[in-house]
Design a protein around this ligand. Structure first.
Ligand code: NAD
Length: 474
């Protein structure tokens, strides 16, 4: 009888196992494939490896302005694969070792069962042998899979999801990307500098619709300038495949458009992997298949918990890490465990330019706080490192007006949201996360010295503007 049996070894599952081991608990981890899950094996990590390649190509494209004569002579498919797979394999080796030292790892497909003796996971291995692994607690961490559209068959050849599209050795000549969420925007960004003619088709009226409207606007403008066709308020009516070519019928603002492509990427969201894992029988699923839990990840079944993409929270690896650590701490009986604050969880999209945010968008802030919202921006156009990197963008700080909280300096309330578009936005968001999580006020943040010349001094400039003390900006 283990203290915890974790079903699924992705970021959520292994975070439970690692934190539980650190708390001195006895853990079993059940994984049918490889520890690391979607993130390491077919998501975040391989996509970031290829996005890095694309970034190098973007630099080659603008090399002339730096007085360099560089040219792109084409992809070496074997080299690309070796780089991408090398990154994955190196990380997997380390992670697998950690998993085996911190948990008893069972290889096979698991299913949660509840008997007279409590909860257990039945594990069926590749030979069809079934073992029952019993635990005082069971944590469901089986992740998610790409969704498709009704009537659209993903053949894995011409019509692909990210599961297949990550493994290319030659970039497609013409690609249609359906969906302008993080996956769609990242793929469009990686293919374009490799020579692909890319069209992005988004049903809503802007790209990255969950981000601040100014970030969506800046990103769409940048993509169009880079030669990516971005169609918003555009609905895919149907896709037909003939002889290796797809014809995509799209309705854009009421007008019919026909697009041809060698590859159609379906990036319309992901759905939870909760079929056939015993969760349905235990009555813990909602009508979309997500596991219903409280804020700490506990289901209504005593001892049964869930973390990561099976919950209807942010489908992000770092959200899964955080949820996993909270569940392990709760099971370990740690005092004062706080639930994961999903508003304070940074969102990071590795497109070019990068987009990152934390806290509320301007629209959300106005909805919650009315006219008490102060918006301050600093442009990357005036930032020396931004100019050198050849990328524009901005930092947008959303703070509240009114009285400063007790003990805080200056006038005005806390910073409630930060939105960044530009080079290294996904790293720059770190300071913003501290600011919003600690409910810091602009006057305090404006007094912090930011090194010069750096990209992150744009953050300092935005905080200074928010404090009513613009330096180079307005
Ligand atoms: P998503 O839900 O973020 O975006 C899907 C987009 O497809 C939406 O904008 C939606 O409006 C659009 N869409 C839906 N149906 C459509 C249709 N018929 N025609 C045109 N557009 C349509 O999903 P995703 O981009 O597939 O990503 C899945 C999950 O993985 C998300 O939760 C995402 O945040 C996460 N993810 C995160 C990162 C990152 O953080 N960098 C990277 C990849 C994936």
């Amino acid at each position: 009888m283990h203290d915890i049996v974790v079903l699924g070894g992705g970021p959520g599952g292994y975070a439970v196992a690692f934190r539980a081991a650190a708390r001195g608990l006895d853990v079993a981890l059940v994984e049918e494939d490889k520890v690391g899950g979607t993130c390491l094996h077919r998501g975040c990590i391989p996509s970031k490896a290829i996005l890095h390649v694309a970034e190098v190509l973007e630099e080659v494209e603008r090399s002339e302005v730096m007085g360099l004569k560089l040219s792109f002579d084409g992809l070496d498919g074997d080299g690309l694969s070796a780089f991408r797979e090398g990154v994955i394999n190196g990380l997997h080796k380390g992670l697998d070792h950690l998993a085996n030292t911190r948990a008893t790892v069972h290889r096979g497909r698991g299913r949660v069962v509840k008997g007279d003796d409590g909860l257990a996971v039945e594990v069926t291995d590749a030979d069809g042998q079934t073992t029952t692994v019993a635990g005082k607690n069971v944590v469901v961490a089986t992740g998610s899979s790409p969704k498709s559209l009704p009537g659209l068959e993903v053949d894995g050849e011409v019509v692909q999801t990210s599961d297949q599209a990550l493994w290319f050795t030659t970039a497609p000549e013409r690609a249609v990307v359906i969906g302008a969420g993080a996956i769609g925007m990242e793929f469009a960004s990686m293919w374009r500098p490799m020579g692909t003619e890319v069209t992005v088709v988004e049903a809503l009226d802007r790209v990255l619709p969950l981000e601040d409207a100014d970030a969506s606007k800046a990103l769409a403008k940048s993509y169009r300038r880079r030669g990516i066709d971005v169609l918003t308020s555009a609905r895919v009516q149907g896709v037909t495949v003939d002889g290796g070519t797809a014809t995509v019928d799209v309705e854009v603002d009421g007008d019919a458009r026909v697009l041809e492509a060698d590859l159609v990427l379906v990036a319309v969201g992901r759905g939870p992997n909760t079929a056939d894992i015993g969760a349905q029988e235990l009555g813990v699923l909602d009508d979309r298949g997500f596991v219903i839990t409280d804020d700490f990840g506990a289901t209504e079944v005593d001892g049964l918990w869930a973390v990561g993409d099976v919950r209807p929270t942010l489908a992000l690896a770092h959200a899964a890490f955080a949820e996993g650590q909270v569940v392990a701490d709760r099971i370990a009986g740690v005092d004062h465990v706080s639930p994961v604050d999903h508003v304070q969880t940074p969102r990071v999209t590795y497109c070019h330019p990068e987009v990152a945010s934390v806290g509320l968008t301007e629209a959300e802030a106005r909805e919650q706080h009315g006219d008490d919202v102060v918006v301050s921006t600093a442009s990357m156009k005036a930032n020396a490192k931004g100019i050198i990197a050849g990328s524009d963008g901005f930092v947008k700080v959303i703070s509240l007006g009114g009285e400063a909280p007790v003990g805080a300096v200056g006038d005005g309330g806390p910073v409630v949201g930060v939105h960044i578009v530009g080079p290294h936005a996904t790293d720059l968001i770190a300071e913003a996360t501290l600011a919003t999580s600690w409910e810091a006020v602009p006057a305090e943040l404006a007094a912090i010295t930011h090194a010069h010349p750096t990209l992150y001094e744009a953050m300092g400039e935005a905080f200074q503007s928010a404090a009513g003390l613009p330096f180079h900006g307005h």
